[in-house]
Design a protein around this ligand. Structure first.
Ligand SMILES: [Zn+2]
Ligand SMILES: [Zn+2]
Length: 367
């Protein structure tokens, strides 16, 4: 794939905030969408580039890596930075425009509420790496005992006048048609004549439940874990499932990309010149790292199997150390003297004396 600059593609500045990135993507994706540019190869290519750029810049973690290490940082990860090929167009559109119906695993319930429950769980960076036990506390719905879950006082229902009993309505937005669940009857096609006084027509009560859950090691933001039978209770006595959306908090030292972890290590200039042995932080404690003579700024050292254990394959990611050379800001007399001696030893003259042949060379430019 040709090297493209993601910021240029989305026509935004490098310090654009999240909202600007989103807006730019939305505007350009609509402009170059294949539906609007039938058979136009150039638009199709542009559309792919826009998507690729957004996949990176729309994700805080990936964007940070991209800013620091460029595309190479993203491509080299074992966690896999999916290109356009394995990326579903429907996904991104439905997440933006809220269109389409999600196919659920279980048949649609006859209750007034979905059986599955979704919650978010924030996990610290280290806990995500090593696993942790968490108490999950949330509310589930159970059928109202007074109306037996119907929500109706007399048990009677009539056809929803809003959707005519279809349970769905269509709405036109721009050049696309969106089908939505009817907000009046919530998709059932029927509404209650007289509401149950206990549940105010909702048909359910809420109950708080809690249990201990072992978060497996290797979880990452965006992972959804299903826990069977921990969802809402149906009228027929079945429980739905619980879906836990994992959100991993960022660490201020370690930056994660899939199973790989990046860390910047400050190295004083003389240590780099001498190729000294330095102490470095890893996920599992301190380690020694031997630099080599003349280690450069931004040079990377890769420690295999020092990253994060993959939640599925159990393979270990890498720890990538990036050198950041530190310079002294001030020198005392002694240090200045030593540095001048050092400079002399390399045959470099001080005090604004320009090397003769260098001067000749420059004069040569104007001939
Ligand atoms: Zn009720
Ligand atoms: Zn309706």
């Amino acid at each position: 794939m040709v090297d493209i600059d993601y910021y240029e593609v989305l026509e935004i500045s490098r310090d654009a905030d999240n909202e600007t990135v989103k807006k730019a993507f939305r505007r350009l994706a609509l402009k170059y969408h294949p539906d609007r540019n039938q058979g136009d190869k150039e638009a199709e290519h542009k559309f792919k580039e826009i998507n690729e750029a957004y996949q990176c810049l729309g994700n805080e973690e990936k964007r940070e890596i991209y800013d620091r290490y460029g595309k190479a940082g993203l491509n080299g990860s074992s966690g896999g930075f999916g290109g356009f090929e394995d990326f579903d167009l429907g996904d991104i559109f439905s997440s933006f425009f809220g269109g389409g119906f999600q196919e659920s695993r279980k048949p649609k319930s006859v209750d007034n509420y979905p059986l599955d429950v979704e919650i978010s769980l924030r996990v610290d960076f280290k806990d995500a790496v090593f696993g942790v036990q968490k108490e999950l506390k949330y509310k589930i719905k159970t059928p109202c005992k007074t109306c037996n879950g119907s929500g109706s006082k007399d048990g009677k229902k009539t056809t929803c006048p809003h959707c005519g009993g279809r349970g769905k309505i269509s709405e036109r937005r721009g050049f696309m048609n969106y089908i939505q669940t009817c907000p009046y009857c919530k998709g059932s096609g029927q509404i209650i004549k007289e509401k149950c006084e206990k549940c105010h027509g909702l048909g359910y009560d809420e109950e708080e439940i809690s249990f201990k859950f072992d978060v497996p090691k290797g979880v990452d933001t965006g992972l959804k874990i299903r826990i069977a039978d921990k969802g809402n209770l149906s009228k027929t006595g079945e429980y739905g499932d619980l879906y836990v959306n994992i959100i991993v908090k960022e660490d201020d030292k370690f930056i994660r990309n899939g199973d790989d972890v990046y860390v910047e290590i400050p190295v004083f200039i003389t240590q780099a010149m001498l190729g000294e042995c330095i102490l470095i932080p890893t996920l599992r404690g301190e380690k020694e790292l031997r630099l080599h003579v003349g280690t450069k700024d931004k040079e990377q050292f890769v420690l295999e199997k020092e990253g994060i254990e993959n939640i599925r394959t159990k393979e270990m990611g890498r720890l990538i150390l990036q050198v950041s050379i530190k310079m002294p800001k001030k020198l005392d007399e002694q240090q200045e003297k030593l540095l001048k001696e050092l400079q002399d030893s390399f045959g470099i003259k001080s005090n604004c004396v320009i090397e003769e042949n260098l001067f000749d060379k420059i004069k040569g430019w104007f001939k």
